[in-house]
Design a protein around this ligand. Structure first.
Ligand SMILES: [Zn+2]
Ligand SMILES: [Zn+2]
Length: 216
Protein backbone atom coordinates (compact mmCIF):
# COMPACT_ATOMS: atom_id res chain seq x y z
CA UNK A 1 0.00 0.00 0.00
CA UNK A 2 1.53 3.32 -0.99
CA UNK A 3 1.33 6.22 1.46
CA UNK A 4 -0.17 9.51 0.41
CA UNK A 5 1.20 12.82 1.64
CA UNK A 6 -1.53 14.55 3.69
CA UNK A 7 -0.31 17.95 2.51
CA UNK A 8 0.03 17.54 -1.27
CA UNK A 9 -1.32 14.08 -2.03
CA UNK A 10 1.94 12.75 -3.55
CA UNK A 11 2.25 8.98 -3.45
CA UNK A 12 5.15 7.11 -1.85
CA UNK A 13 5.17 5.03 -5.01
CA UNK A 14 6.62 7.99 -6.92
CA UNK A 15 8.55 10.15 -4.39
CA UNK A 16 10.62 9.62 -1.25
CA UNK A 17 8.95 10.06 2.12
CA UNK A 18 10.11 11.24 5.51
CA UNK A 19 7.69 9.57 7.89
CA UNK A 20 4.15 10.47 6.82
CA UNK A 21 5.09 13.38 4.58
CA UNK A 22 6.70 13.48 1.14
CA UNK A 23 10.22 14.76 0.68
CA UNK A 24 9.01 17.94 -1.00
CA UNK A 25 6.70 18.92 1.81
CA UNK A 26 9.28 17.97 4.46
CA UNK A 27 11.81 20.28 2.80
CA UNK A 28 9.27 23.07 2.43
CA UNK A 29 8.45 22.76 6.10
CA UNK A 30 12.12 23.10 7.08
CA UNK A 31 12.66 25.98 4.66
CA UNK A 32 9.64 27.88 5.99
CA UNK A 33 10.90 27.51 9.56
CA UNK A 34 14.17 29.25 8.70
CA UNK A 35 14.43 33.03 9.02
CA UNK A 36 14.64 35.17 5.87
CA UNK A 37 17.34 37.35 7.41
CA UNK A 38 19.93 37.39 10.16
CA UNK A 39 21.54 40.30 11.91
CA UNK A 40 25.31 40.11 12.19
CA UNK A 41 27.50 42.36 14.29
CA UNK A 42 30.12 43.95 12.10
CA UNK A 43 32.97 46.19 13.22
CA UNK A 44 32.64 49.69 11.79
CA UNK A 45 36.41 50.06 11.56
CA UNK A 46 37.91 46.78 10.39
CA UNK A 47 34.85 45.03 8.96
CA UNK A 48 35.30 41.86 11.00
CA UNK A 49 32.13 40.09 12.03
CA UNK A 50 31.23 38.57 15.37
CA UNK A 51 31.46 34.82 15.10
CA UNK A 52 31.23 32.38 18.01
CA UNK A 53 33.77 33.48 20.58
CA UNK A 54 35.43 36.36 18.77
CA UNK A 55 35.41 38.75 15.86
CA UNK A 56 36.88 37.36 12.65
CA UNK A 57 37.34 38.28 9.01
CA UNK A 58 34.12 37.70 7.08
CA UNK A 59 34.67 34.42 5.26
CA UNK A 60 32.73 31.19 4.82
CA UNK A 61 33.79 29.91 8.22
CA UNK A 62 32.99 32.97 10.31
CA UNK A 63 29.70 33.55 8.46
CA UNK A 64 28.57 29.99 9.12
CA UNK A 65 29.55 30.39 12.76
CA UNK A 66 27.73 33.71 13.14
CA UNK A 67 24.61 32.55 11.27
CA UNK A 68 24.58 29.26 13.18
CA UNK A 69 24.54 31.17 16.44
CA UNK A 70 21.52 33.16 15.25
CA UNK A 71 19.58 30.09 14.11
CA UNK A 72 20.18 28.24 17.34
CA UNK A 73 21.46 24.68 17.59
CA UNK A 74 20.24 21.63 15.73
CA UNK A 75 21.33 22.52 12.20
CA UNK A 76 24.33 21.60 10.14
CA UNK A 77 25.14 24.63 8.01
CA UNK A 78 27.36 24.75 4.94
CA UNK A 79 28.26 27.85 3.03
CA UNK A 80 27.49 27.77 -0.70
CA UNK A 81 28.14 31.35 -1.75
CA UNK A 82 27.23 34.95 -1.26
CA UNK A 83 26.53 38.17 -3.07
CA UNK A 84 28.28 40.71 -0.91
CA UNK A 85 26.87 43.82 -2.52
CA UNK A 86 23.33 42.51 -2.26
CA UNK A 87 23.98 41.23 1.26
CA UNK A 88 22.69 37.74 0.56
CA UNK A 89 24.17 34.34 1.28
CA UNK A 90 23.18 30.88 0.09
CA UNK A 91 23.53 28.07 2.55
CA UNK A 92 22.92 24.38 2.72
CA UNK A 93 21.06 23.67 5.94
CA UNK A 94 20.50 20.17 7.28
CA UNK A 95 18.34 19.06 10.15
CA UNK A 96 18.27 15.62 11.71
CA UNK A 97 14.75 14.26 12.13
CA UNK A 98 13.61 10.86 13.46
CA UNK A 99 13.02 9.90 9.82
CA UNK A 100 16.41 10.95 8.47
CA UNK A 101 18.37 14.06 7.63
CA UNK A 102 16.56 16.77 5.67
CA UNK A 103 18.68 19.21 3.67
CA UNK A 104 17.58 22.39 1.93
CA UNK A 105 19.30 25.22 0.15
CA UNK A 106 18.37 28.46 1.83
CA UNK A 107 19.01 32.04 0.83
CA UNK A 108 19.29 34.48 3.67
CA UNK A 109 19.60 38.27 3.84
CA UNK A 110 22.54 39.49 5.87
CA UNK A 111 21.78 42.57 7.90
CA UNK A 112 24.64 44.27 9.65
CA UNK A 113 24.76 46.08 12.92
CA UNK A 114 27.75 48.40 13.22
CA UNK A 115 29.77 47.88 16.38
CA UNK A 116 33.40 48.22 17.43
CA UNK A 117 35.31 44.98 17.86
CA UNK A 118 37.50 44.58 20.93
CA UNK A 119 40.70 45.38 19.06
CA UNK A 120 39.36 48.51 17.36
CA UNK A 121 37.83 49.65 20.61
CA UNK A 122 41.19 49.33 22.32
CA UNK A 123 42.94 51.11 19.46
CA UNK A 124 40.38 53.90 19.55
CA UNK A 125 40.91 54.35 23.27
CA UNK A 126 44.71 54.30 22.92
CA UNK A 127 44.96 51.09 24.88
CA UNK A 128 48.52 49.92 25.53
CA UNK A 129 50.35 47.93 28.15
CA UNK A 130 53.90 48.52 27.00
CA UNK A 131 56.01 51.21 25.40
CA UNK A 132 59.02 50.26 23.31
CA UNK A 133 61.49 53.13 23.01
CA UNK A 134 63.62 52.88 19.89
CA UNK A 135 66.56 55.25 20.02
CA UNK A 136 69.69 55.94 18.04
CA UNK A 137 70.25 54.86 14.42
CA UNK A 138 66.96 55.57 12.68
CA UNK A 139 67.32 52.96 9.90
CA UNK A 140 67.91 50.20 12.44
CA UNK A 141 65.11 51.57 14.58
CA UNK A 142 62.74 51.52 11.59
CA UNK A 143 63.60 47.90 10.78
CA UNK A 144 63.00 46.93 14.39
CA UNK A 145 59.65 48.73 14.36
CA UNK A 146 58.59 46.74 11.28
CA UNK A 147 59.64 43.45 12.89
CA UNK A 148 57.84 44.36 16.09
CA UNK A 149 54.68 45.23 14.19
CA UNK A 150 54.69 41.95 12.27
CA UNK A 151 55.44 39.94 15.41
CA UNK A 152 52.65 41.55 17.43
CA UNK A 153 49.98 41.46 14.70
CA UNK A 154 50.62 37.79 13.93
CA UNK A 155 49.78 37.08 17.54
CA UNK A 156 46.55 39.09 17.61
CA UNK A 157 48.11 42.12 19.25
CA UNK A 158 48.55 45.55 17.74
CA UNK A 159 50.56 48.73 17.81
CA UNK A 160 48.34 51.48 19.18
CA UNK A 161 50.48 54.36 17.99
CA UNK A 162 54.01 55.41 17.16
CA UNK A 163 55.07 58.82 18.37
CA UNK A 164 58.21 60.84 17.71
CA UNK A 165 60.52 61.30 20.64
CA UNK A 166 63.99 62.76 21.17
CA UNK A 167 66.41 60.72 19.07
CA UNK A 168 63.83 58.11 18.03
CA UNK A 169 60.26 56.91 18.48
CA UNK A 170 57.99 55.53 21.19
CA UNK A 171 55.95 52.52 20.12
CA UNK A 172 52.78 51.78 22.08
CA UNK A 173 52.07 48.04 22.19
CA UNK A 174 48.75 46.44 23.18
CA UNK A 175 50.27 43.63 25.24
CA UNK A 176 53.27 43.58 27.55
CA UNK A 177 53.47 39.81 27.22
CA UNK A 178 53.96 40.21 23.47
CA UNK A 179 56.44 43.07 23.88
CA UNK A 180 58.47 41.00 26.30
CA UNK A 181 58.27 37.86 24.13
CA UNK A 182 59.49 39.90 21.15
CA UNK A 183 62.59 41.05 23.09
CA UNK A 184 63.28 37.45 24.03
CA UNK A 185 62.75 36.10 20.49
CA UNK A 186 65.03 38.76 18.99
CA UNK A 187 67.65 38.27 21.72
CA UNK A 188 67.47 41.98 22.55
CA UNK A 189 68.61 43.39 25.86
CA UNK A 190 66.42 46.39 26.57
CA UNK A 191 66.53 48.50 29.68
CA UNK A 192 63.21 47.66 31.27
CA UNK A 193 61.33 49.94 33.61
CA UNK A 194 57.90 49.81 35.14
CA UNK A 195 55.46 52.58 35.88
CA UNK A 196 52.30 52.20 37.90
CA UNK A 197 49.37 52.64 35.52
CA UNK A 198 46.59 52.19 38.03
CA UNK A 199 44.85 49.66 40.21
CA UNK A 200 42.57 47.03 38.73
CA UNK A 201 40.52 44.73 40.98
CA UNK A 202 42.73 45.59 43.93
CA UNK A 203 45.97 44.81 42.11
CA UNK A 204 48.54 47.27 40.93
CA UNK A 205 48.85 47.34 37.15
CA UNK A 206 52.17 48.31 35.68
CA UNK A 207 53.05 49.56 32.27
CA UNK A 208 56.33 48.20 30.98
CA UNK A 209 58.83 50.31 29.09
CA UNK A 210 61.55 48.67 27.01
CA UNK A 211 64.31 51.04 25.96
CA UNK A 212 66.55 49.99 23.08
CA UNK A 213 69.46 51.98 21.75
CA UNK A 214 70.95 51.30 18.33
CA UNK A 215 74.48 52.49 17.61
CA UNK A 216 75.23 54.33 14.38
ZN1 LIG B 1 3.76 16.42 0.10
ZN1 LIG C 1 37.47 46.11 14.37
Amino acid sequence: MPKYCPTCGNSSASVAFFGNFCEDCTKKKLASSLPASVELKRCKRCGNIKAVGAFAQPDARSLVSAIGQQLGGGYLIKFIGMDESAGRARLSISEDTPNGTVTVEHEIALEYKGVLCEVCYKKASNYHEAVVQLRGDSARGQRMLEKLNTYVERRNGFITKVEDADNGVNVYVSSKKLASAFMFAMKLKPVVSFTLAGVKKGRRVYKNTYALHFGE
